[in-house]
Design a protein around this ligand. Structure first.
Ligand code: C2O
Length: 550
């Protein structure tokens, strides 16, 4: 194992996309940010210097951060933000994880441009459990806003309505040939050779949209999800939720004509009421020389499901199974110490226009979002982890997270009358090594919608999922406890539920939230407070000396 050191200078840099030139927050002047490559077992030290006029933090999305919660990064959860002019070193090890993860800013909406891949190679000499690819390519899907994303969310909070949507989806920051207005090349090009196999390391870094992904005339073989191996399966179209990563094999046709080119397309999956970015972004697989932008614009697109094709999404999600082999066993908890039922969804605040701006949300209210009807309030004077470490909760936590009795939702009828949420910083304390099951149920308040739920500090097993209301008796009996996929981000299906299990073996404070940034901003989050275990190697170490203060 090695120590890999990187420096992140957070600076403004000029970027042109969609014929709009503007200054955006970047790491080291790069957009998207630099790719970090490590091996399983390595220690990673990322020295961050904040040179922009905003607070910032960085999160290493999917990294387990075993006993290194101080390096996890969500602002006000595990650290106070790094203020302008200040520095902080994220110092952690990659233990027992390999594959594709990513990093992104975890303050406000800064991750719109502050993101990049984190590739974890197997330990030296350890092969992949699938045929060795000839080449590896990281491909980050993102969203581009012509406006300043910080202004977009600020305006939404002022009006109480929904934020403006993005202007384009991007491949490694490039929107494709439709927008060929800059001097450079706006298209992501994957150059292939006939018969060769490519490992595409895909990341959905979009702020607010789940995405369909397909390559014309090519089938993809999924081999990994969220840095966990899966039983390989073929798919014509992928569905990737924000926060999720997926490693897929693409084999270039052995018989393709030397100058052929095929479109890669990305389009949204959503049931959002109202507007969403319904553009399709295009990239290209090229067997021969560069095609002109005009040629690329006329390439036939791969067939993609309709934007609201929930059945297609469910069919795809059902394909994921962990390897569960002798070499890669699935350690699925068979019994559970504590069971939780959380509802997730949108809601509203009543209109108090003089206090909080205008009320352009549903029926003259203001949009909010919640879990168990609590809209999560970030602390402002400390981080939750700091409060937990010092055992000083007063003034930080309101109360424990409420356990709501199973609620039945009518997904077909009119939404319920009372759509108002409560607000508070509420957490669920867990004893070390508790085996946890959580059923996450989509609400019908303000319409059913899919929510990509991300848990920090853990990989969980997805033991069950279904449409309609969760039924404790029948659904539990049908759980997959043999080879469920292990992930860090799973979508609660539209008008349905998903059940996850994990063992709370990592002491610290871990946020679980919707990875649609607008929902996170509105409060669709909660935090687990995992206590230390009795042994020395089961305790959270003290904070590093350079931890930022609020
Ligand atoms: Cu990728 Cu809390 O986020």
């Amino acid at each position: 194992a090695r120590t890999r050191r990187y420096t992140f200078n957070v600076t403004m840099a000029t970027v042109t996309r969609l014929c709009v030139t503007k200054s955006v927050p970047t790491v080291n002047g790069q957009f998207p940010g630099p790719r970090l490559v490590v091996r399983e077992g390595d220690r990673l030290v990322v020295q961050v210097h904040n040179n922009i006029n905003s607070n910032v933090t960085f999160h290493w999305h999917g990294v387990r951060q075993l006993r290194s919660g101080w390096a996890d990064g969500p602002s006000y959860i595990t650290q106070c933000p790094i203020r302008p002019g200040q520095s902080y070193a994220y110092d952690f090890r990659i233990v027992g994880q390999r594959g594709t993860l990513w990093w992104h800013a975890h303050f406000s909406w800064l991750r719109a441009t502050l993101y990049g891949p984190l590739v974890i190679l197997p330990p030296r000499g350890v092969p992949y459990p699938f045929p060795k690819p000839d080449r590896q390519v990281t491909l980050m899907l993102g969203e581009w806003f012509n406006a300043d994303p910080e202004a977009v969310i600020k305006q939404a909070l002022q009006t109480g309505g929904a934020p403006n949507v993005s202007d384009a989806y991007t491949f490694n920051g490039l929107p494709g040939p439709t927008y060929n207005c800059s001097s450079g090349d706006d298209t992501f090009r994957l150059r292939v050779r006939p018969g060769r196999t490519y490992l595409l390391r895909l990341v959905n870094a979009a702020l607010n949209d789940e995405l369909f992904f397909a390559v014309a005339n090519h089938t993809l073989t999924v081999v990994q999800a969220d840095a966990s191996y899966v039983k390989p399966f073929a798919a014509a179209t992928l569905v990737i939720s924000p926060g999720q990563t997926m490693d897929v094999l693409l084999t270039a046709s052995a018989s393709a004509a030397p100058s052929s080119a095929f479109a890669i397309a990305v389009a949204p999956y959503t049931n959002t009421v109202g507007t969403f970015d319904n553009t399709t972004a295009v990239a290209v697989v090229e067997y021969g020389p560069h095609q002109s932008a005009a040629a690329l614009r006329s390439l036939p697109l791969p067939a993609l499901p309709r934007y609201n094709d929930t059945a297609a999404v469910a069919n795809f999600s059902a394909m994921f199974r962990s390897l569960a082999s002798a070499r890669y066993p699935a350690r699925v908890p068979r019994t559970v110490d504590r069971r939780f039922f959380f509802t997730v969804g949108l809601g509203a605040d009543p209109c108090r226009s003089r206090v909080n701006g205008t009320c352009q949300g549903p029926n003259g209210t203001r949009f909010a979002a919640s879990m168990n009807n609590v809209s999560f309030a970030m602390p402002r004077t400390t981080s939750l982890l700091q409060a937990h470490y010092q055992r000083r909760y007063s003034g930080v936590l309101a109360a424990n997270f409420p356990a709501v009795p199973p609620t039945r939702f009518d997904y077909t009828g009119a939404p319920p009358n009372n759509t108002f949420v409560t607000h508070g910083t509420r957490v669920v304390p867990l004893s070390f090594n508790t085996t946890v099951e959580v059923v996450l149920q989509d609400t019908s308040v303000l319409g059913a919608e899919s929510h990509p739920l991300h848990l920090h500090g853990y990989d969980f097993f997805v033991v069950g999922t279904g449409f309609g209301n969760y039924d404790a008796t029948n659904d539990t009996a049908r759980y997959n406890l043999v080879d469920p996929v292990q992930r860090n981000t799973v979508s609660v299906p539209t008008a349905g539920w998903v059940a996850i299990r994990f063992v709370a073996d990592n002491p610290g404070v871990w946020i679980m939230h919707c990875h649609l940034d607008v929902h996170l901003t509105w409060g669709l989050a909660m935090a687990w407070l995992v206590n230390d275990g009795p042994l020395p190697n089961q305790k959270l170490p003290p904070p590093p000396s350079d931890i930022p203060r609020c």
